[in-house]
Design a protein around this ligand. Structure first.
Ligand SMILES: *Cc1c(COP(=O)(O)O)cnc(C)c1O
Length: 464
């Protein structure tokens, strides 16, 4: 399996090198050169299997020779052993044809754990074999960072620096990043918003001298290995609902487009997905581009679903690459126009996008009303992101079963949930002391040179 850049000008890489490098050197994102497919019979055979077995069968064709089958099976098994639910991604019913896929039973209570727990183990295995050491940098609007810190804390071959927007993550999210005490993980509070953090990470990757000096690696959803791990639960949910014999649709609370793009890969692999509905909060750039073809960035507005507060959605570039039939030059042109404010998708590409994706948005008031309504109607307490999804899903219900992805546990966003329902959601018992643990963080200006200097200093201190 070979991986190519969406912009067509970076070296073609193996899975292993794609995973370790993150962003391509031409500024693009790596995608599989061709997406492997599973037959109707292969998919039918997944129904009822343990999550780990489905994960192995779905991911193995992408991994190539990076791991042998037995090693990969071990990594997958250990990745999900710490989850708080035997089904890993249990499916619940919300209405006659509306289901909720709970993706928040991992160690940091958001879907990011599905990918990060596996990536941590894959990195450790590959780096030990190569005798190498890397520095992971990541930008987070809250959940990626906590999942990465949790997955990499205490590993030997990896230093981790997570940039988060100061004052713009929930207290639970912040504490999940600042309370692990392993010396190799660092939570860095940037004076800016999430897009600034993401731009700093891209800036570090594009500073080749720095990149090579520290052995930079990325675990943001620009890393294809993360997208891959998220493909699996589209298969477990669909086969539980009758696929491949009947189609399924999904509504996905979306920010950086990684989770919903994993659904697109599942569809390309042969899973009968009728529609992928992209759900946004009032930062609705993705809803607008999917309806009109106009991608114009604006101001990031804070919301009660902060993991979706975004104006530049990195993985959308991967969907564009597919919509433009793999034309790297066309994608490069769009991304150049984006640097000066926005672009317009061609008619043909917009049509291709709309064959796979639908979209909708939820205002803050609609999100709160949805949390309240589902608690009353179904007894399920939704986090604000999942509520954005459930609201948009209800506008797309039809004859095909609809699965809304529940991306985080309500206790990660207790203020918004309490405001909606009057009840403060409790943390699961295994992390009940989170609010009492000591915190450790470093605050820094929104400045590339300052962040690079901080990373250099910390690495020297560790080496000394
Ligand atoms: C990361 C995140 C999202 C957005 O996912 P993307 O893959 O960035 O689109 C939505 N909800 C929650 C709770 C998240 O942590």
């Amino acid at each position: 399996m070979r991986y190519v850049s969406t912009r067509g000008q970076a070296p073609v890489l193996s899975f292993e090198d794609t995973m370790l490098s993150g962003l391509a050197r031409d500024g693009g994102l790596y995608v599989p050169e061709t997406v492997p497919t599973l037959s109707h019979a292969d998919i039918a055979a997944l129904a009822g299997l343990p999550y780990e077995e489905v994960a192995r069968r779905v991911m193995m064709p992408f991994v190539g020779d990076a791991f042998d089958e037995a090693t990969f099976a071990d990594l997958v098994t250990s990745a999900y052993a710490g989850f708080g639910h035997d089904a890993r991604a249990p499916l619940k019913q919300l209405g006659p044809d509306h289901f909720l896929l709970e993706l928040f039973h991992g160690p940091t209570l958001a879907f990011k754990d599905f990918a990060m727990q596996l990536i941590g183990r894959m990195f450790e295995h590959v780096l030990a074999r190569r005798g190498e050491r890397v520095t992971i940098v990541g930008a987070t609007s809250g959940d990626t960072g906590s999942a990465a810190i949790e997955a990499f804390a205490g590993l030997n071959a990896v230093d981790v620096f997570i940039l988060y927007p100061h004052g713009r993550v929930s207290e639970v999210q912040r504490r999940q990043m600042t309370t692990p005490d392993a010396a190799n993980v660092h939570a860095v509070a940037v004076d800016g918003h999430f897009d600034d953090c993401q731009a700093l990470v891209k800036g570090m990757f594009n500073d080749f001298a720095f990149r090579d000096r520290v052995g930079l690696a990325g675990v943001n959803s620009i890393n294809f290995a993360r997208v891959l791990a998220q493909v699996v639960y589209y298969f477990t949910a669909a086969t539980a609902l009758g696929a491949p014999h009947r189609p399924v649709s999904y509504t996905v609370p979306t920010g950086n487009f990684g989770d919903v793009f994993a659904g697109h890969i599942a569809k390309r692999m042969g899973l009968p997905i009728e529609r992928l509905v992209v759900a946004t909060n009032h930062n609705d750039i993705l809803d607008r581009v999917l309806r009109t073809g106009e991608y114009r960035t604006g101001e990031v507005l804070p919301s009660i679903s902060p993991s979706m507060d975004i104006q530049v959605s990195s993985n959308f570039e991967r969907a564009l690459h597919l919509a433009y039939g793999g034309d790297g030059a066309a994608v490069r042109q769009l991304m150049e126009e984006l640097a000066s404010g926005g672009f317009t998708v061609s008619q043909g590409a917009l049509q291709a996008l709309q064959e796979t994706y639908a979209s909708g948005r939820a205002s803050e008031a609609e999100t709160t009303a949805t949390i309240r309504a589902f608690a009353r109607r179904t007894g399920e307490t939704l986090c604000p992101h999942s509520a954005v999804g459930a609201f948009v899903a209800e506008q797309h219900l039809g004859t095909t079963p609809m699965v809304t992805l529940a991306t985080a546990h309500p206790a990660k966003f207790p203020d918004a949930v309490e405001a909606a329902t009057g009840v403060r959601p409790a943390l699961p018992p295994r992390m009940a002391d989170l609010m009492d643990r000591p915190e450790r963080t470093e605050r820094i200006a929104n400045d590339l040179a300052a962040v690079e200097a901080l990373i250099d200093r910390s690495r020297e201190a560790q080496a000394a």
